[in-house]
Ligand binder design. Structure first.
Ligand SMILES: Cc1cc2nc3c(=O)[nH]c(=O)nc-3n(C[C@H](O)[C@H](O)[C@H](O)COP(=O)(O)OP(=O)(O)OC[C@H]3O[C@@H](n4cnc5c(N)ncnc54)[C@H](O)[C@@H]3O)c2cc1C
Length: 638
């Protein structure tokens, strides 16, 4: 199958404008005839559901949580990018586009990224109008700060709670539509299958997480906004409920999974303290605006940070990357933290941490100003580690799995290769290439939901057949039966090991062999170890309770079963891509200075994988990436 990106022709900066004009509209009186399913109510899903509701479509919105407000998006701390150029420091739509293409290591579509940069400015206006309390300057204008991979200040923020405030804005709009009767929210529902009728996405099967009942919902189109799969690695900064299940079930129904090996490792997380930890905590990238990253010059130097004199410290990011210093992109910062730790210069009890030091900033602007900027983060750090940053002047941080650039393949209209299945937010692969720049995920999720999908979904509905389909169609019965069988199989195993143990073991393999740096031998080992563990899981997992009930273990088991299958695909993708790019670092492919070495002649494409069965090899489809508007070169932040 040829993957058609459907990128419109014409000059880069007018493609989207022209496309919006060229696309079909649905007349207001006809919108109420269309039913739309939105799965997921994080920033992408809530903004899409609210906007489509406002337009007059009938929307059903699903979430596994008790309220959309608890979606993982709430965790986003640092900010959201927009090319407003309020600081007059040289920003522009083109510069945001350029930084994002370069930050993604030239593995994303130019047209998508330019559109993202264009609509970024509208997002801020929309959110400010909703009452999102963005930080402001003395005179009342919106403030912003710098983030990694950029030399301009374009990150809008609401203290360290940007995601929460943006989500409250989207949620208010959503609830307005609930009140108007345009949107119906189905909380505590987990989508467990996609229903295709004549090859077109026409509905979903969900499990009611309170009663255990399986339910069928039909619609004219399905928007999947279910977030990312970082929890495959067990330990990550993601909310415990983030998962791959909905996306993987779509993949099993024919949607291609793109670039699954592009996983982001964030450099500033609180290091793991012991084996039994279930979650890692992010310390926002915004801290790198004022914090300086360093390790002792000598290995084994265990003096407290403030007793180590300046000339015995190695500010390794500032030394190696003088232009961007501590604000190099995440992949670069993470790899360098690993390198110095591997050299034995890591700090803390495990030796796998580096310092993020605020002494200079506190001396320069005072503790009060630093507290205003990062107070809630310092408090969070103290609650978790017991250490007071105002006293120690430095945090210990280490990279952790944080975000995924990979996801379901979509065309320019955010539609997957399965007609009628649109994918938004972190669940799709678009826009960030092999490495996402900080503060760009919120931008993308809201761009997709507020400003892209409302147009492209209308175009789809205006041109689709839309024959009425009821939940009594045999396709619904078949999908429901498949879900029932899978649940029954899991409950029937009645082995000895807990789901948690399996998930932890899977995460360890992934982190050790498919984590920050990867090589052929390690990836091959990981593949066979994951397969062996999957077999053991299906022989020896213990899922207590019944299907017809509230059952957290069953929920977890269903997700872990999907992680096993999806994890194999991720490893295969990492194996086949024998180049380094962005977050995917193949040790065999590095420059003399240890930086990622791309192979543009061979790998300048999106890898979109077609599922062929759990025991069968997936089929690789390639969408070539062409760069007509930027010069492709070796990334440099020096
Ligand atoms: C700690 C942390 C801090 C971050 N800070 C920033 C930041 O400062 N700036 C930035 O740009 N990005 C940041 N990110 C990334 C950003 O928060 C996410 O990429 C983004 O919020 C994802 O939004 P989403 O709407 O795509 O998905 P989510 O917010 O993950 O929402 C997914 C939704 O899908 C639902 N769902 C999932 N599976 C199912 C299913 N099977 N059935 C039904 N519903 C389902 C969930 O219940 C939820 O409602 C951060 C990420 C983390 C982990």
């Amino acid at each position: 199958m040829t993957l058609e990106s459907k990128v419109p022709a014409g000059p880069l900066d007018s493609k989207w404008q022209q496309h919006k004009f060229d696309m079909s509209l649905v007349a207001p009186a006809n919108r109420r005839k269309h039913n739309i399913i939105v799965v997921g109510t994080g920033l992408a899903g809530a903004s899409a559901a609210a906007t489509l509701g406002e337009l007059g479509y009938n929307v059903k919105a699903f979430t596994i949580l008790d309220s959309p407000r608890r979606s993982h998006s709430i965790a986003a701390q640092g900010g959201i990018n927009a090319a407003k150029n309020y600081k007059n420091d040289g920003d522009s739509v083109y510069r945001l586009f350029y930084d994002t293409i370069k930050g993604g290591d030239y593995r994303s579509r130019e047209a998508n990224v330019h559109r993202l940069a264009e609509v970024s400015v509208d997002i801020i206006d929309q959110c400010a109008a909703q009452g999102v309390p963005f930080a402001r300057e003395y005179g009342g204008t919106l403030s912003n700060r710098t983030f990694g991979g950029a030399q301009v200040s374009r990150t809008f923020y609401a203290r360290g709670q940007t995601g929460q405030q943006l989500l409250l804005g989207a949620y208010s709009s959503l609830i307005r539509q609930v009140d108007r009767g345009q949107v119906e929210i189905f909380a505590r529902r987990e989508m467990l299958d996609l229903v295709l009728v004549d090859g077109v996405a026409r509905g979903i099967i969900t499990r009611n997480l309170i009663t255990g009942e399986l339910e069928r919902y039909a619609a004219d189109t399905v928007l999947l906004c279910t977030g990312g799969y970082a929890n495959l690695y067990f330990l990550s900064t993601n909310a415990g409920n983030s998962n791959v299940t909905a996306a993987w079930r779509c993949a099993k129904r024919g949607a291609y999974m793109a670039n699954p090996c592009y996983v982001q490792i964030h450099p500033t997380c609180i290091p793991q303290s012991d084996e039994f930890q279930s979650k890692l905590t992010l310390m926002s990238e915004s801290l790198r605006n004022d914090g300086r990253v360093w390790v002792p010059m000598k290995s084994g130097d265990d003096r407290p940070p403030q007793q180590i004199p300046e000339d015995e410290r190695d500010y390794f990011l500032e030394r190696k990357y003088p232009s961007f210093g501590n604000l190099v992109p995440r992949d670069v910062a993470s790899r360098n933290a690993k390198t110095v730790s591997d050299e034995g210069r890591g700090v803390g009890s495990t030796g796998r941490a580096v310092y993020l030091d605020f002494s200079d900033a506190i001396d320069r602007v005072g503790a009060q100003v630093i507290a205003e900027r990062y107070g809630n983060l310092f408090q969070m750090y103290e609650r978790i580690t017991g250490d007071d940053v105002y006293v120690d002047k430095a945090m210990r941080i280490y990279p952790a799995i944080h975000y995924v650039m990979g996801g379901l393949w979509v065309d320019y209209n955010l539609m997957s290769n399965v007609p009628g299945l649109h994918v938004l937010g972190e669940a799709n692969f678009s826009d960030h290439g092999a490495n996402r720049l900080g503060a760009s995920a919120l931008m993308q999720g809201l761009a997709d939901g507020y400003f892209v999908a409302p147009y492209t979904v209308a175009d789809y509905l205006a041109n689709a057949k839309n024959d009425p389909v009821g939940t009594d169609h045999p396709a619904f019965a078949e999908a429901e039966e498949a879900v029932t069988d899978r649940i029954a199989r899991l409950l029937a195993v009645q082995g000895k090991r807990t789901v948690l143990e399996f998930h932890r073991d899977l995460g360890k393999i992934m982190w050790n062999k498919v984590g920050m740096s990867r090589n052929r031998a390690g990836l091959e080992e990981a593949l066979s170890e994951v397969r062996a563990l999957r077999d053991e899981f299906w022989r020896d997992v213990k899922v207590a309770g019944t299907a017809a009930d509230f059952n957290k273990t069953l929920e977890h088991a269903l997700r872990v079963a999907d992680y096993f299958e999806f994890g194999e695909l991720l490893i295969r993708d990492a194996l086949h891509r024998e180049e380094s790019c962005g977050g995917h670092f193949r040790e065999e492919s590095q420059t003399d200075e240890g930086e990622a070495q791309r192979d543009d002649d061979t790998y300048a494409y999106v890898a979109a994988w077609e599922y062929k069965g759990t025991e069968a090899d997936p089929v690789l489809h390639k969408e070539p990436l062409t760069f007509d508007f930027v010069e492709v070169k070796q990334r440099s932040y020096k």
